[in-house]
Design a protein around this ligand. Sequence first.
Ligand code: KE4
Length: 445
Amino acid sequence: MSPSRSRSRSKELYERARLLIPGGVNSPVRAFRAVGIDPLFLASGRGSQVTDADGNRYIDYIGGWGPHILGHSHPAIQRAIREALKRGTSFGAATEAEIDLARLICDAIPSIEKVRLVNSGTEATMSAVRLARGFTGRSLLVKFIGCYHGHVDSLLVKAGSGVTTFALPESAGVPAEFTGLTLAVPFNNPDALREVFSAHGEKIAAVIVEPVVGNMGCVPPADGFLETLRELTSRAGAVLILDEVMTGFRLAYGGVQGSYGIRPDLTTLGKIIGGGLPVGAYGGRAEIMDTVAPEGPVYQAGTLSGNPLAVAAGIAALEELRRQPGLYAELDDRTEALGEGLAESARKAGVEVCVNRAGSMFTVFFTPGPVTDFDTASAADRDAFACYFQAMLERGVLLPPSQFEAAFVSAAHTDRDVERTLRAAKQAFKAVARRRKAKPGNRAG
Ligand code: KE4
């Protein structure tokens, strides 16, 4: 086994950060709490690799949580940012480049006839929900248990006692009144969906869903599920919002909606469309989008929306993806090979896992599976995942630090990266097996 990597600089930075920043991080998952070690502080990234503050290099599968489908520090994106920077950073006025990014998005996703740029995925989903309520004049919202749409009050909910009972706050600071208009139903459960619509249909303003879930770990939709959702929302006059913040331009050039033949009313985007800089977007049917201020009565605004540097990075990213149509098939093939290799390696070590994959997103669940919703995902052994994560980290592979996240393969990942990852995984699964022998009862599920 490779000598243990020093992480003393990360530790020193973490101690300093905690004095000034809650948990020492600017987003909770970065604290590595779910994997039982202090967080890494990263210093740089290039291609498929990142380097931490101690100079340790890793094959990176966090990918910035999705934006870096082309790999870190892509030359075309860096060049675009440098060129835009020469002209200033932001003006608080419209710029031509915002039209160019809007054009790229609308050309790539036919259901988006008009689009508004914002600064994050959360802003996109928050705005899309407000817009759906303003357009329909209705109040109720339906989301799926285990799906995450950013830290929007009305979406930070956990299921009520039954599928037709209203959701409960999942975070402190969210009053019950705010979640009393949200219904949370199990993903991939068409019967529960039908029950909600038969009980509340004409009062439902919108349903929001990750068409391929990344936020309970990777969970694709069951055959026919999205079609049922489209049929029920159309019949009830409810707005269907596909949250493609993660899947947008990740699984195909455009939305994953095209692959499933679903035409939503609104789509939310983020991550890849900013090329690693802060960009979110929401868009869809023109008659709905024309309800947004200043065109209509639904208010939404943002000082840095359409920021020239972020827009330049997003344009460069999408133009690079459009220039390489074969890239998605290559990503599929490489991620399939990786997923199959991981499953085989776990089997040989006697560790039961379920590997879910969609395009270049994947998750190794430490449970036999199948994993089709939040309940089956929650059966996964978190302790085993933490052991696997740490063993992979020691061997130069950085995974998302949570069992309930998707890992991402980029166009910069090579076959050699896959080989090295599988070599590390062989030892990591053995470490999990040894840990289980040592602590047989320890299967936190
Ligand atoms: P942001 O506000 O973090 O840009 O986007 C929120 C969001 C909305 N919709 C989907 C489908 C998302 O995946 C996200 C954010 N994704 C997480 C990763 N699971 C961001 C990582 C983090 O919270 O630090």
